[in-house]
Design a protein around this ligand. Sequence first.
Ligand SMILES: Nc1ncnc2c1ncn2[C@@H]1O[C@H](COP(=O)(O)OP(=O)(O)O)[C@@H](O)[C@H]1O
Ligand SMILES: [Mg+2]
Length: 366
Amino acid sequence: MSSYLRALRLINFRNYADATVLLSPGLNVVVGDNAQGKTNLLEGLSFAATGSSPRTPNDPEIVRWGQEFARAEMRVTLEGDGERSVAVGYAPGQKKRLTVDGASAESLAAYAAGGTGVRVVNFFPDDLRVIKDAPADRREFLDGLLSTLRPSYARAAADYAKAVAQRNQLLRRIRDGFSSEKTLSTWDAKVIELGTTVLEGRARAVEPLGELFGSSLRALYGPQKAGLEYSSSATPEDYEEKLMEARGADIERGTTSVGPHRDDFAALLDGVNLTTYGSQGQQRLATLALKFAARDYVRRETGADPVMLFDDVMSELDERRRELLAEYFLRSNQAVISTTNLDYFGAGLLDRARVVRVVEGAVSAA
Ligand SMILES: Nc1ncnc2c1ncn2[C@@H]1O[C@H](COP(=O)(O)OP(=O)(O)O)[C@@H](O)[C@H]1O
Ligand SMILES: [Mg+2]
């Protein structure tokens, strides 16, 4: 069995003052009425496992209103044997404190990419935007997945974004006559170096991920052929040439038009782009299929199953798919899913799951 989450303690996290939850391998169901803290609990698990919220880039939001800091502590049961204690402490205005067995983590990237002994794949209802909305949402999905696998990718992606922003600033200075075009070449080289790492990382992942997406969507939706298609403004081979070609126009516009920050991927069902033409139901199932593909890809790359944290995933599905999903989660290494309604699960199924109840930021065994 792969590593799994054994216990979580949340202090001043969202609507939790101080709550502890114990988890089991296999299926865990978090049940509660609306606005009691189900989503917050899943966010807290992810926060403890990765050091960041999967819902917001704005950390102060997670601190309980009126409090000065938030803390998430987690015990991870490691594959084979042993345990690891990890914790994330956050106070607005200060650097996040990440610890593994009491010692400071080397970096956020290292903590998130295996440092805690466990990786997670999240699903929040808002993730529908990965299929439905803009290319930036799809790039964020890919970069997030690859960053959990390798801290070196996480660093390259973050540094690339900064380098592009700096290059854009310089482009505008050149356009406005405050800098000469000669100064651009250092930034071009930096952008190309980091951007190539990002491009190559994505290129390696998209094909296997597309196959896994195809088989997941077949299981969830039907026998149609589904896949992913990456589209890029440049390949690692012609990147430099294209960036140079676009230089004049880039200076005029004051922005960098070539590179992985402009790329996208399409989710296709029988050749039809689901972003443009998919029904809401198809887009929802495709989002789920993408998350299942991410889970399989993590397993393929690391040899270990990630933990699945799926928020309110049952409510929009029909009965057949709810059953399919419940069985899938039950068979998985570990899944924590939230629901308002236990009737979504057959009784025989709940006997094999751990059920916890959430009421106004307090957790109890159900
Ligand atoms: N930083 C915060 N401090 C205190 N309460 C918060 C904070 N952020 C969100 N909440 C509250 O947490 C409550 C529960 O939210 P949520 O976990 O989304 O409920 P649900 O059980 O429906 O998933 C909401 O009423 C929300 O107002
Ligand atoms: Mg919720």
